[in-house]
Design a protein around this ligand. Sequence first.
Ligand SMILES: [Zn+2]
Length: 59
Amino acid sequence: MVKKKKVNDQTVFLCEICGLGYSNKETAKQCEQWCRKTGTCSIEITKKAVYIPTPFTKE
Ligand SMILES: [Zn+2]
């Protein structure tokens, strides 16, 4: 399920799996489907992210 979050007065839609935020729900959904299916993030999708959670630097 895509989650909504307010960041700097902007609503972003979060991929529940990787936690990246997008300005539109469709992209967040795409990311979530991709993450679920492949277990990784698609660069094509993540480059559209407008919000990156801070503990993103995990190996
Ligand atoms: Zn994702």
